[in-house]
Design a protein around this ligand. Structure first.
Ligand code: L34
Length: 292
């Protein structure tokens, strides 16, 4: 069994970007910039956004975090986004999800210029992904594919079973791996809560991507010997023995599934750090593509 070290691969990617950005600086050019907009005070979102800002700083990217109270109106938020659409110092705009209930997520996503849509959530980005055109690809799915690439895991003709159909992970990863392209070209099944027997599908998986947000849902009797397991779940479960009062577990019962897997990602330290690394990569690529 090989443990997929997302933390290390993410660090590698950040180091690569740091060198790219240093080169821009040496040439006296503007650097790429990312603005992260955090609305409200969801504790997990705060952690993620803070990590994103820190990661930007580390590689010499311009970064700004807009911490906005949950009471902001939808209109004010849309205006803020529009101001960054027109701000040439920022090449990526990220609005951390979830948003407070009175703000419509689709309106917010659609307000972001597709040229700065480093999350890949805009319908234009999603549409381009589906038809196989070059576009921003959502950070978590892009990170998953990058892990498969860097661990040299063959995907052509392999059966990938995705658990979960979210717009953030399930749907985009399925579309990425379906492409008739290198490092993809897989047979893809998307499985979700309406499946009468999830095991029927998971047992067929050469590569299993668990992204439905149910703590330790995937058990060892649900997978075949040699399966590659990518665990996207980040669930907080109460644990009084920990200083924070909780611990993080994935959607996979790691200890038991590990026994049967050929490769497996841990939680934490697997897909999570890759999400952030790919966000930086998308921002850098947006800068290269759409203006310095
Ligand atoms: N707009 N909203 C937008 N873009 C995103 O790409 C996200 N996501 C998801 C939630 N909302 C979003 C993230 O950033 C999930 N997510 C994310 C990012 C980073 C980490 C986890 C989720 C991460 O760094 N995870 C660490 C553990 C962090 C901890 O201690 O809680 C890990 O090692 O998995």
């Amino acid at each position: 069994m090989i443990l997929i070290d997302g933390k290390k691969i993410a660090q590698d990617i950040r180091n690569e970007l740091k060198m790219d950005i240093q080169k821009l600086k040496d040439e006296g050019k503007n650097v790429p910039g990312l603005v992260a907009i955090l609305v409200g005070d969801d504790p997990a979102s705060k952690i993620y956004v803070k990590s994103k800002g820190k990661a930007c700083d580390e590689i010499g990217m311009r970064s700004k975090t807009e911490e906005i109270p949950a009471s902001i109106s939808e209109e004010e938020l849309l205006n803020l986004i529009e101001s960054y659409n027109n701000n040439t110092d920022y090449h990526g705009i990220l609005v951390q999800l979830p948003l407070p209930e009175h703000i419509r997520e689709d309106k917010v996503i659609e307000a972001i210029s597709p040229r700065k849509d480093v999350d890949g959530f805009h319908p234009i980005s999603v549409g381009k992904l589906v038809i196989g055109k070059d576009t921003f690809r959502s950070c978590t799915p892009a990170g998953i594919q990058e892990l498969l690439i860097r661990y040299d895991i063959d995907t052509k003709g392999k059966h990938i079973v995705v658990l979960g159909r979210s717009n953030i992970v399930g749907k985009p990863i399925a579309n990425i791996m379906l492409q008739k392209k290198e490092h993809a070209n897989s047979i893809v099944t998307i499985c979700h809560s309406a499946a009468p027997d999830v095991s029927y599908y998971t047992k067929q998986a050469d590569i299993l991507i668990a992204a439905m947000g149910v703590p330790e849902f995937v058990k060892s009797d649900m997978v075949k010997e040699g399966v590659v397991v990518i665990d996207v779940g980040i669930n907080r479960v109460e644990d009084k023995s920990k200083p924070k009062g909780y611990r993080l577990v994935g959607d996979v019962a790691f200890e038991e599934v590990m026994q049967k897997a050929s490769y497996i990602t841990p939680v934490p330290g697997g897909v999570g750090p890759m999400t952030i690394a790919m966000l930086l990569k998308n921002t850098y690529e947006g800068y290269i593509k759409y203006g310095e």
